[in-house]
Design a protein around this ligand. Structure first.
Ligand SMILES: Cc1cc2nc3c(=O)[nH]c(=O)nc-3n(C[C@H](O)[C@H](O)[C@H](O)COP(=O)(O)OP(=O)(O)OC[C@H]3O[C@@H](n4cnc5c(N)ncnc54)[C@H](O)[C@@H]3O)c2cc1C
Length: 404
């Protein structure tokens, strides 16, 4: 289990908000369950919740502790809009598969919202429209084509001309796609809420407990932890975020660095409907607001994963984000009250890998989920249940390790 990363540094905005404690125990003896989940971030939490809801017994371990990985650093724009525009994804993998991926992502947002409401998880859930602004990757013409491609796939999208964008949102750009139905939430509260639901149903949590080696037999998988005790289960789900394990094929996956800031509270100065905003640009910029009126702004990605270099850049990168935000919204106070950096795993298609690890049928992994990480964690929780119960998920092939 080789790969270890310093996943994030700086102070993410979420530490300004109180989160319920998720109790964990020390792993002092060997334990057994139907399913062992490695990782207690948003992916592991949703997977543990989904499995316990179906009556499976679950043990989850984390080498840091619940919510201590990338989940604390996310900016949490929970969107169905995949990093790769539908038109571009179609060029990469064909229109039928690209539409299938976009539709599943759209559905995942609805399923996640319904799940949060059904369980009564208090995570500040709300709906937000989103604006995808014309930039140097997709100009107005390409954005019009993108909006049409989405509509043809059954996904509502409206192209806004520069005049409408200015009139309705006060933003001066050449055009934008307006979409509806994305989710805003507090990622730590969501993760804690899901873990606590799983715990109510008997899930056992051990931390810090690091999976050091995994051995799979015909009927059972055994995880040896670094401290000695083992976790045995009929199935294992590797929800280790960007820290991949040796057995997971990582060829098409790369780790980059990304940066984010959050401003002071200024609810009266925010833009219309506090829509999520994404630039179709390279380098790109994106933003959202928190429930209490802070603006979170991120981007400035760098194509390296060296954590020391990444952390040295936090000051310069947050100044750049602040300046770019001020150019878009001159009326905002864009001075960062929070600034942080994180590692970020991505694939060329923007699609994650979710499914059985090749040659290890009892081990599932989730990886490579870029800017739609939380949406994909939701899809992973649905697929994990299907695979473990021996059922088909109609989109399994799309995300499988084999065949891509
Ligand atoms: C700055 C930034 C902005 C982002 N913005 C967005 C966004 O707007 N929208 C969005 O959807 N996504 C976004 N993401 C991505 C999102 O944060 C991630 O997809 C998500 O947090 C991953 O959750 P996870 O549970 O898979 O990983 P993590 O939260 O990292 O959890 C994995 C856990 O596994 C544990 N672990 C690893 N190896 C082992 C081992 N061997 N043994 C035991 N435990 C182990 C780690 O300690 C960790 O706690 C962003 C990410 C960053 C960094």
């Amino acid at each position: 289990m080789r790969r270890k990363l310093d996943l994030r540094t700086g102070r993410p905005v979420w530490f300004a908000y109180r989160v319920p404690t998720v109790p964990t125990e020390k792993l002092t003896r060997d334990v057994k369950a139907d399913v062992a989940v490695v990782g207690m971030g948003i992916s592991g939490a949703m997977i543990a919740e989904a499995l316990t809801a179906r009556g499976h017994s679950v043990v989850a371990i984390d080498r840091r502790g619940p919510m201590k990985g990338s989940t604390a650093a996310t900016t949490a724009l929970v969107q169905f809009e995949i990093d790769q525009p539908l038109t571009e994804l179609s060029d990469m993998i064909g229109r039928v598969k690209a539409e299938q991926a976009w539709r599943r992502s759209r559905l995942a947002i609805e399923s996640l919202a319904a799940r949060i409401q059904e369980l009564g998880v208090d995570c500040g859930l709300d709906r937000r429209p989103s604006l995808y602004l014309a930039g140097n990757v997709l100009g107005p013409g390409a954005l019009r084509d993108e909006a049409e491609a989405r509509q043809a796939a059954g996904i509502r999208a409206t192209y806004l001309t520069a005049a409408r964008l200015k009139e309705e949102f006060g933003i001066e750009r050449d055009g934008a796609i307006l979409s509806h139905g994305n989710l805003t939430l507090d990622p730590r509260k969501l993760t804690a809420g899901m873990l606590l639901k799983a715990r109510e149903r008997g899930a056992r949590f051990y931390a810090p407990a690091e999976a050091a080696a995994i051995e799979d037999g015909k009927d059972e998988v055994t995880i040896a932890t670094k401290a000695g005790p083992t976790v045995s289960a009929r199935h294992v789900v590797l929800a280790t975020g960007y820290e991949l394990t040796d057995m997971v094929p990582a060829a098409k996956h790369r780790i980059i660095s990304t940066f984010a800031i959050a401003t002071r509270r200024q609810p009266r100065k925010l833009w219309a409907q506090q829509a999520f905003i994404w630039e179709a640009s390279d380098p790109y910029l994106y933003m959202r607001a928190t429930k209490d009126g802070r603006v979170i702004c991120g981007g400035e990605d760098e194509e390296f994963s060296d954590e020391k270099h990444r952390d040295e850049l936090i000051g310069a990168k947050s100044a750049r984000l602040s300046a770019k935000l001020a150019r878009l919204f001159p009326g905002l106070d864009t001075k960062p009250e929070f600034a942080w950096a994180g590692s970020f795993g991505t694939t060329t298609t923007g699609l994650p890998y979710i499914g059985k690890v090749p040659r290890h049928p009892r081990i599932l992994a989730v990886m490579g989920y870029g800017g739609n990480g939380i949406t994909y964690s939701g899809i992973a929780s649905e697929m994990a249940v299907a695979v473990i119960e021996g059922r088909d998920d109609s989109d399994a092939g799309l995300f499988a390790f084999r065949g891509r």
